[in-house]
Design a protein around this ligand. Sequence first.
Ligand code: FMN
Ligand code: MN
Length: 469
Amino acid sequence: MNKDLGLFIKQLEEEKPRSVIRVKKVVKPEFEIPAILQEIEKRKANPVIIFEKVKNLNGGVSELPVMINLFGDRARLAMAMNVPVDKMSHEYVAKEKFPVKPVEIDKSKASVKEVILKGKEADLYDLPIVTHHEMDLGPYITAGFAWAKDPETGWINCAIIRMYVSGPQTLAVNFNANRHTNFIFQKYKKMEKPMPMVIVIGHHPAFYMGAQTKIHTDEMDIIGAIMDEPLEITPSETWGNEMMVPAQAELLIETEISTSEIAIEAPFGEYTGYYGGQRTNPIAEVKAITRKKDAVYLDIMPGHADHLLLDAPMIEANLYSKIKEAVLGTQNVHMPVSGTARLHAYVQIRKTNDGEPKAAIMAALSAEYRLKHVVIVDDDVDIFDDQEVLWAIATRSQWDKDLLVVPGVMGSRLDPSAEDVVTTKGGIDATKPSEKHSFAERIAIPKSVIENIDLKDYLESKDMESLKK
Ligand SMILES: Cc1cc2nc3c(=O)[nH]c(=O)nc-3n(C[C@H](O)[C@H](O)[C@H](O)COP(=O)(O)O)c2cc1C
Ligand SMILES: [Mn+2]
């Protein structure tokens, strides 16, 4: 059987027992779950939290526990992919090059078919769907993929799209204009047919990472590549073999999106740390719900690490491969959480001439539409440490020569400083001048001395304890 969410949590509890917290008290999905997460985050901790007893939207206690903050830690994502944390983007690019085709399995072997609900029984209000921020329109599914099939290529596209629960069997779905989901939706619109869309909620985190690929292809093959095993798929309840679905997901909601009706959607607390404004969006109607008997309802906390970190390695992987095409000495890319993991990128290069940093800035800015500011540093600067990057800007840049400013470019509509989708982008070359010029030497303590220091030989054990995080 495919790796699934339960297997990952078991592995996590064995290897890092402190990174899973279970809450047994009955909690409300409206604000209470987000508030508890935020209080834990304030203490600089980032565990997965499982709420075992959560009210559903019908006022009863849901059969499904709620899991939040699965993605709130880069090390956890690296563990899911079985790769070193500072090499995630490299490994992601390498795995993407070898797509793995899915395998079809019988419904009897698909754990997501253990419970099948159709007609009025397929009720979203039976689920513990979370309301996150004060001004949000209401409960939102935030860890749900829009799983849709391109009617021309037959490819499956998969993207996390927020979905507002507007009734027991209706949702408003927010895919941006430049998303593959929208390209597919436009094709159905032309055919004047509703678009089948399966909402996939809860799977192994490697599934989540594979499904967030930026490559335009049959995404089932990339999910297989990132999971290191073929994705198991099985026929859907509503469309049979015409629409195959992931067999070992926690929960699937089979829907049809009307190509004629729209609904008001948002405000909604966004990745930027601000509310995104109200808009009109397509409506999905629930046809069936299938799930594991002991399914967990996965939620992602918008605007927090849980949300920001999930897409970061995939954006980094995309940037890494595109910047490397322009500048061969590109070493690594980091989308820091301090820049919402979307608007800022730190790029580490080993340059061979002084024109390469600006070439890297241009390649980066055109590869990812949300990216706004790029900082290019040398390979002695740790790009996973904001302070090191700011130090490089402080000591290695002269903005009359090192700043590149590009006004009037397409950016993120959600950035409140942009004018609709038009923004000003820029980059800073914070690298030292190339070898030809002399440059100040960075301070350092001899490596041979550092290597022989073991703090236990110098400190009392109570002082050693106080250094522990
Ligand atoms: C938690 C989370 C929520 C997201 N919500 C949305 C959304 O509501 N609308 C949207 O267009 N993209 C959203 N995204 C971004 C897309 O999922 C992401 O860009 C995806 O790779 C797009 O897939 P595509 O390249 O197949 O279009 C979200 C990403 C994450 C991680
Ligand atoms: Mn896609």
